[in-house]
Structure formats: structure tokens, C-alpha cells
Design a protein around this ligand. Structure first.
Ligand code: NAD
Length: 257
């Protein structure tokens, strides 16, 4: 049976954990060769190991998406190893500190924007340069439901995710006639280390935070990383050939409210 992305080469940033890891695994299951990029060598190598154990082909590249040279060399290594780049999933992200706007430190602002917004732009810049030369490609940026609505206590995160949607739509228009599709997936709360760490950081409030998250979600539960990964891989596949410039919520109904 042919997979959704048979023969394609996919690059997944933040592939060492959570949504990125699940996406790398679904890409491999659906026939793609996968480059897993992350700052976390252990997590990234584990993802590659899991793919190889299931008979897939994958490469780990240590790369910090907020550093231009690292991203340029990441794309170059992808092409060097697998000969092309069909799918770019710009997923690496951090939550940053939880503080309202007036208490948000400049350090937190700068780092959150550097990874979650500049990092996505740098990846797009270098991926698109290669895809234009190649004449085709599909990019999926992982934003958030906080790309649509505000998130009290997370001003830099929310600003970055709103920015990712602006970048996505702009590039979709710029390259619609160059064979390159650019879309965003906007997850709601998903059970990953990003959410776990937020709860660990506030042990006294963990139960209350979890209750308030699930109460606000029409689905009544958190998502699983695989549920986001399936949408990402579909958007990268030829099945989604007329989809470009969209910001797809995969959020248990959160932004429909
Ligand atoms: P996660 O913490 O499980 O995984 C994120 C991965 O990104 C980690 O492996 C981390 O090492 C890597 N990373 C962090 N900074 C990096 C950098 N500078 N360069 C390269 N890699 C880096 O988080 P997750 O929940 O899987 O989140 C993935 C994406 O989904 C993020 O962009 C996040 O904002 C978004 N998202 C998550 C949720 C959620 O509830 N989990 C909801 C909406 C959006």
C-alpha cells in the first residue's frame, strides 16, 4: 500500500518531543524519509531510533532554529543526505515564562520571539529557497489556538503565534504560483512535555489549571500529539494540493466558541 507522502523528504524541527516527534513518526509511517532537528540531542536521537526500528529512514541534526547559520546548514544537510526537501514542518517552540504583559521580562520576550517567530521565519526562508529551485514543496508551521485569541500570562507566546499566522499567509500568497504551499496548524492544548512542564512549574495550581483547560475545551479533554501530527502530514501531502494559506485549528473546538 502506498503511503500519503511516499518518496518525499520531510524536515521536522522540534522533532525530539511531543508534536514534532509524533509528526516525524507519522511521516515515516506514510513513506517519507525524515530529518529530525532539535536542540535536544537525546530526544531527537530517540525519535530517529524509533523510526529506524519500525523500518523507516531518518537523520538527526542538532540545530537551534533561532540561529540563522544553524538553519541554513540544517537545510543543506537535509538535501545533501536525501537529495531534496519536499515538506518543511516548522514546529520547534517554547512556552516561555508565565507572566502578564507588564511583568514579562525582556529576556523572556526576546527568547520566546527568537524561537517561536524568528525561528519559523528562518526555517521558511531557507526551506523556500531550496523549494523554489526545486519547483515544489509544502510547508506547515505549527502555530497555536493562541495565534487566534489572546492568552493571559503569555504575551510573547501569543504575539509570536499570531505572527506565525501572518508569515504563513504572506508566504502562501508569495509562492502560490511557484508550486509551494504554506499552511499552519493551530493546536489546542495537547498532552506533551510543554504542557507537563507548565504544570510542574506550578505544582500548587496544577489541578486547577488542568480543570480550567478541560472545562474550556468543547471536547472535554486534551489532544494527543498524534492527532496534530495526522493533520500536519495530510497538509504536506498531495491530497491537500489546493490548500494553501490556511490556519487550521486542531483544538477540540476551542476557537469555534
Ligand atoms: P515539546 O516541548 O514537547 O517539544 C518541543 C521541541 O522543540 C522539544 O524537543 C525542544 O527541545 C525543541 N526546541 C525548543 N527550542 C528549540 C530551538 N531553539 N531549536 C530547535 N528545537 C527546539 O512541545 P510541543 O507541545 O510538542 O510543542 C510543539 C509546538 O506545538 C510548539 O511550537 C508549541 O508552541 C506548539 N503548540 C503546543 C501546544 C500544546 O498544548 N502542547 C498547543 C499549541 C501549540
Amino acid at each position: 500500500m502506498t503511503g500519503l507522502v511516499d518518496g518525499k523528504v520531510a524536515l521536522v524541527t522540534g522533532g525530539g518531543s511531543g508534536i514534532g516527534r509524533a509528526s516525524a513518526i507519522v511521516f515515516a509511517r506514510e513513506g517519507a524519509k525524515v530529518v529530525v532537528a532539535d536542540v535536544d540531542v537525546k530526544g531527537g536521537s530517540e525519535t530517529v531510533h524509533e523510526i529506524e526500528t519500525s523500518g523507516g529512514e531518518a537523520l538527526f541534526v542538532e540545530a537551534d532554529v533561532s540561529r540563522s547559520e544553524a538553519v541554513e546548514s540544517l537545510v543543506a544537510r537535509t538535501v545533501e543526505r536525501f537529495g531534496k526537501l519536499n515538506c518543511g514542518v516548522n514546529n520547534a517552540g517554547i512556552q516561555g515564562e508565565m507572566n502578564p504583559t507588564d511583568e514579562c521580562s525582556e529576556e523572556n520576550w526576546n527568547r520566546t520571539i527568537a524561537v517561536n517567530l524568528t525561528g519559523v521565519w528562518l526555517c521558511m526562508k531557507h526551506e523556500i529557497a531550496h523549494m523554489r529551485a526545486q519547483g515544489s514543496g509544502a510547508i506547515v508551521n505549527v502555530a497555536s489556538n493562541f495565534g487566534f485569541v489572546g492568552s493571559p500570562g503569555m504575551p510573547a507566546y501569543s504575539a509570536a503565534k499570531h505572527g506565525v499566522l501572518g508569515l504563513t499567509k504572506t508566504a502562501a500568497l508569495e509562492y502560490a504560483q511557484s508550486g509551494i504551499r504554506v499552511n499552519a496548524v493551530c493546536p489546542g492544548p495537547v498532552q506533551t512535555p510543554l504542557v507537563d512542564n507548565m504544570l510542574i512549574a506550578q505544582p500548587d495550581l496544577a489541578g486547577e489549571i488542568m480543570d480550567s483547560i478541560t472545562r474550556r475545551l468543547p471536547a472535554g479533554r486534551l489532544g494527543r500529539p498524534e492527532e496534530i501530527a495526522e493533520a500536519i502530514v495530510w497538509l504536506c501531502s498531495d491530497q491537500a494540493s489546493f490548500a494553501t494559506g490556511i490556519a487550521m485549528p486542531v483544538d477540540g473546538g476551542f476557537v469555534a466558541q
